[in-house]
Design a protein around this ligand. Structure first.
Ligand code: SAH
Ligand code: SF4
Ligand code: F3S
Length: 441
């Protein structure tokens, strides 16, 4: 085989998985392979999978079925599957059997081994299935091939210790472990030297960053250190678990100029009874008090959230508590999910599962309320001048530019294409439901 192989990566799931794909891609670019955007052109196809909801699995299986034809046309095609779905007990084995033409199956803990496995396949091995059950050391220094040259994800911690009763993540990503502040700062400084202006710090629960590190550090203190990095313009982070969002952190966000006025703060359910069954460790009242303190300390803060509808035992009254919380907080936007049963999690065994039709009916009602509020929130921007970090030409109309406000609103606007990668002022002329329209001033 020649050495200029072409690879295609499809990524499902959260930013954590996107960052993992950027690392897979980085390792392949280091081998001088080139990335392509169509499967038909590729010599190597990688699916980086998610397991958070059931339909994710169905999608991956469906996609794999379609690859059979490609493999027939090109027997040398290498197919690899990685990511969270592979960490679920039995899935890798089932997949290897059902789709014998898949060459490499790896999990979340050993993805850095990918180039080695790839070499073995290139040298004639047919199939490698290797899933590690335990998280190992944090691997530093992997090359990252980032999709954007303006903003970057930086993972600050891996895994999750929270075991929300619906969630598969702690089982597929292992226990919490934090990178050292020195390694994080080094990565960000290198990014800034390359011209990056914005970073998003990633972790399943960034608020518990630093546990077990010596000397002691917490998330607020890490943010203050990063805020001092010269040349960096904006800092974002996700996700914040409400139970761990301290007053120290709120004050830090309020005081540090680079920290954007946006917090993604999943509440999942507005009913204290359901929150308890979810093992979330806060009540409706505690959550609302937190929101109150955030809004007081950080004027114009944008709040976004995740909500689950139809968790086992959710009554009409519980659901109304969710609706009323959405109305009270007025989120800028929200990701809404139908509860999905995940084998191996406690909630999958609960007997009071909610019928699909009721889940859907509630879901539709919730989405309507969420969208109406998003629209109203966006309207508040009309005629205002906002700071936008220019990311690229607009996808829908390449003569325009696209970027985000500090509050993470997507803006499509008329402006000078030379300003890509810069902060500009944009006057908002029109608010849409999910974006803003404007012109550079
Ligand atoms: N660590 C983050 C997000 C993890 S997954 C946090 O704690 O907020 C992203 C979102 O998927 C969750 O916030 C939750 O709303 C949703 N989710 C997770 N498991 C789910 C399930 N089994 N069914 C439906 N939604 C789920
Ligand atoms: Fe899942 Fe809860 Fe951990 Fe988030 S905090 S990843 S929802 S277990
Ligand atoms: Fe993310 Fe899905 Fe894994 S949400 S952590 S890619 S299960």
């Amino acid at each position: 085989m020649n050495n200029k192989l072409k690879y295609f990566i499809e990524t499902w799931g959260c930013q954590m998985n996107e960052e993992d794909s950027e690392k897979l891609s980085g390792m392949l670019k280091l081998k001088n392979y080139s990335r392509v955007i169509s499967k038909e052109e590729a010599d190597i196809i990688i699916f980086n999978t998610c397991a958070v909801r059931e339909n994710a699995e169905q999608k991956v299986f469906g996609n794999l079925g379609q690859l059979k034809h490609l493999k027939k046309k090109n027997p040398k095609l290498i197919i690899a599957i990685s990511g969270c779905m592979m960490q679920q007990p039995g899935v890798a084995e089932e997949l290897a059997k059902k789709f014998p033409f898949v060459n490499i199956i790896i999990g979340t803990h050993n993805a850095y081994k990918f180039p080695k496995y790839l070499n073995r396949i290139i040298n004639g091995e047919k199939q490698i299935v290797d899933i590690w059950n335990n998280e190992g050391e944090i691997i530093e220094g992997l090359p990252v091939d980032r999709l954007s040259s303006v903003k970057a994800f930086v993972t600050i911690m891996y895994g999750c210790n929270n075991f929300c009763t619906y969630c598969i993540v702690p089982y597929v990503r292992g226990r919490e472990r934090s990178r050292t502040p020195e390694d994080i700062e080094k990565e960000i400084k290198e990014l800034v030297a390359k011209g990056y202006k914005e970073i998003t710090l990633l972790g399943q629960n960034v608020n518990s960053y630093g546990k077990g590190l010596k000397p002691e550090i917490n998330f607020a203190k890490l943010l203050r250190r990063i805020n001092n990095i010269e040349g960096l313009e904006r800092i974002r982070f996700m996700t914040s678990h409400p139970k761990d969002l301290s007053q120290e952190l709120i004050d830090t966000i309020a005081e540090c100029d680079k920290l954007c006025e946006h917090i993604h703060l999943p509440f999942q359910s507005g009913s204290t009874k359901i929150l308890k069954k979810m093992n979330r460790h806060y009540t409706r009242e505690q959550y609302l008090d937190l929101v109150y303190r955030i809004k007081k300390a950080i004027p114009n803060v944008a709040l976004t959230t995740d909500i689950i509808v139809g968790f086992p035992g959710e009554t009409e009254e519980d659901f109304n508590d969710t609706l009323s919380l959405v109305k009270e907080v007025e989120y800028d936007s929200a990701f809404t999910f139908l509860y999905s049963k995940r084998n191996g999690t406690p909630a999958a065994k609960y007997e009071d599962q909610i019928p699909e039709n009721i889940k859907h009916e509630r879901f539709n009602r919730l989405v309507e309320v969420v969208n109406e509020i998003s629209k109203k929130k966006n309207k508040e921007y009309e005629d205002k001048i906002v700071e936008v970090l220019v990311e690229s030409p607009s996808k829908t109309d390449p003569s325009k530019l696209t970027g985000r406000t500090r509050t993470s609103k997507l803006v499509n606007f008329k402006g000078d294409h030379k300003n890509i990668g810069k902060l500009v002022n944009v006057k908002i002329t029109e608010a849409k439901s999910f974006s803003l329209i404007g012109e550079e001033v």
